[in-house]
Design a protein around this ligand. Sequence first.
Ligand code: ZN
Length: 58
Amino acid sequence: MDQDTEHRWCKYCMAKTKQILVFLPEMATYKRRRQYQCTICGKKSWLQGRRPSAESVY
Ligand SMILES: [Zn+2]
């Protein structure tokens, strides 16, 4: 199986943890929200995906 994991800040663990991407919307809308589940504490949290364009100087 191939689960998508990302290192994200977990507010419950108060640390960066490995989190499984449990829900990924198929529609690429402006503000996508993804649901991650922490592999350490098992809590699920909604986080916004990073926008493809980096915060850049114009
Ligand atoms: Zn956690």
